[in-house]
Design a protein. Sequence first.
Length: 363
Amino acid sequence: MTADDHRFMGQALALGRRGLGRVSPNPAVGCVIVLDGRVVGRGRTADGGRPHAETEALATAGSAARGATAYVTLEPCAHHGETAPCVDALIAADVARVVIAHSDPDPRVSGQGVAKLEEAGIQVDIGVEEQKAKAIQRGFLTRLEAGRPMLTLKLALTLDGRIATASGESRWITGSEARRMVHAERARHDAVLVGAGTARDDDPDLRVRGLGIDHQPIRIVASRHLRLPRPSRLLASANETPVWLCHSEAEETERAAWTEAGARLMEVPARQGQIDLPAMLAALGEAGLTRVFCEGGGTLAAGLLAADLVDELVVFSAGALIGAEGRPSVGALGVSALAEAPRFRLESVARVGNDVVQRWERP
């Protein structure tokens, strides 16, 4: 592979990344078409998942795609769905070469896209910037391989690991720059998830604000009994921005109130007196979600960690101390030995205003 291959694939990855939070259940793919060292077409998977990146890029390239090289961040689809296969479009455009970041594990595609291209006499190279591409597609891949969306857990805490005072005051532990970054994280996910305690204590809105973005993530609350405040900001805006409520059992009056407001109710089983979190994540995957951003609180965070459902931790640390009487960032995990403690691999550390953000990933 040449330096140009990596450079143009980098451009395709950047395009694909723009689709995160907007294209589920499809992958966020980018495509760049290059002729004689010049980009003649570019595209990403459109909002809602259609059209695909290759179709968009070929449309902008037009006749210039003939004899060109197409850089695609995921193996082009080879099956008929709502649209014709992307490999057929690439073949019809008479491209000379296709460079692919990584293969698609979807059994409807896996290897078949590459095979059809090669059968048509098109040179195919695969594996350019593969790890970067897989990082972008982590939600899509997790849903395919584990049957659930990728889950990012966000914690905003003090230096001593507290998320609120003993009275429940938590606005604001971190500064405005960190909060702006949280809104950007929301925008890159299909949904934002909180527990019933957070919904009751904070009356959150959970929408993206201050970034000039019109697309909003789905807002999800996990509440076993559906005992949530009414009125609330979520209830008042359920007809404007989707609200999904995952519950195990609830009184009919609660169901009716939220359904009438426009919320979607998803009944999932309970286990040991709590919502069965693996079953809830599986239900969200079945509903088409690939990326979920969890903003707590401590009880839900502990449950997700104990169930080994957290793929990424984003931890915002503020230069403040609350003390032992404050509320811990994570509830009881039942860890009696260090060997049992959930562990993550540090990916990055950065300063955000007067706070620090750390990114940790499942090993």
